[in-house]
Design a protein around this ligand. Sequence first.
Ligand code: ADP
Ligand code: MG
Length: 512
Amino acid sequence: MSEYVIEMKDIVKSFGNVQAVKNGQFTLKKGEIHSLIGENGAGKSTMMKLLYGMYPVDDGTIRIAGEHVPVITPKVAIEKGIGMVHQEFMLVNELTVLENIILGFEPSRGITIDFDKARNMVEHYVTQYGMDIQLGKKINQISVGEAQRVEIIKTLTRGASVIILDEPTAVLTPQEARQLFVILENLRKDGKSLVFISHKLNEVMEISDRISVMRQGNYIGSVNKEETSPAELAKMMIGREVFLNMEKAQAKPGENVLEVKDVWVSGEKEISKIRGVSLDVREGEIVGIAGIDGNGQSELIEAVTGLRRVEKGTVLLGGKDITGLTPRKIRKAGLSHIPEDRNTRGLNRSMSIKENIIAVQVGDPPFCRGMVCDDKESLAYAKELSEIFDIRPRDPEISTQSLSGGNAQKVVVAREVSIGGKLLVASQPTRGVDIGAIESIRKILQEVKSKGLGVLLVSADLEEILSLSDRIVVMHEGRITGRLKAEEANEDNLGLLMMGGTEPDEEMGGTT
Ligand SMILES: Nc1ncnc2c1ncn2[C@@H]1O[C@H](COP(=O)(O)OP(=O)(O)O)[C@@H](O)[C@H]1O
Ligand SMILES: [Mg+2]
């Protein structure tokens, strides 16, 4: 028998005139965690969807457990022991966890579902692999991390021995990602073979046995984890050297640009209610807000940018009171904002790159005078920004719908950064974007700071906070639990503060 449980050879797949996979190669050994990495659009998801039978291949062969399988459908894939956890979960919100898992059973075999039996089976997996799941909760009552565990259980109950996880950590906090890794380790120990799709190199270096790299639809190569480095992987992914841990530009802090004084705001959840937060940001520095998602960071940013009502306290921008002003007035006062969700707040996906870039300046010269707008002026401006910020493709007239995550985010960054102003608020600026775009977005934030603007950065990615910030505030349950200078901060002390631990002589509410 073959050494491999999966063998994909010379795979070709196009969608219309998009060649998603030109030369796809992939092998999976029994009991290994094999990472498939590459920038957005490299063809990773397509490769694995072909294996799972979601589309037919145009060319190439797929072997499962040594046997050539010419036609794969999801039904065939499942029968052959392949399970896939997609980027978008496929769970029914109104049903309970247990019901969702049972939905995956094959009713066509004429066996009526025995709930007790099903529950026992699921509970067995839960304890065996160390998964924390509340079977009786509805899907809309559980966290994203938990929903993901439900998806994994679903593959197991269908008898999967090969489990494909498509960017599972993109939606998780560092803590949840660590929890997931423990589960993946347990699955591997039990002899399961796992495909882990990611573009986060630190994770890949932590979890993988082997790593395969794709770039622009092509197979670049496979390496053993022991014999590679993040730098080598990045080079394989991008095709050139990349520098994520760039030299931090010297901070030259000037006057306060932002002063948040004892601000109270209602929250989406009880733990995200802002309870008396004070902080400030000076010209020429980056202040990072670290915290586990959902501890009030979003609410605080919404309060500062005028999207959420401040119940008590004041917000000053360049010494001017902006508390309670509309977002538009706050923008005019000199605040630009890269919002955390580029799809709902950052971009209008039905509009072109150009229209999105101009959106915040419609009505303003030189683009418009009164009711008359000059399309040539807008186009020239959008073209210029596309060059400077390397937005691909270089066509400002195309819809942002078709852009990759990284390029969509670059449109938002380009628009916000080029407005100028006094303060740039950057919320999760590199979430879900590829490594090439991360590099350029981080570089841009440093340049903004060097130009003398203040930057308030919110990121759930500690590595990002540490590599960019001059000062760091940590939020937990709507309060600030710590304030550190960049030199004093590390993953350990930040992690502790993020969990709500306080430093011994920490005075809450003091100025940063
Ligand atoms: N169903 C589809 N229809 C049209 N184009 C697609 C489809 N799926 C993927 N593509 C395109 O194929 C390329 C590879 O996509 P994908 O496999 O999703 O990349 P990755 O998962 O590495 O980010 C991209 O250019 C993407 O836009
Ligand atoms: Mg993908």
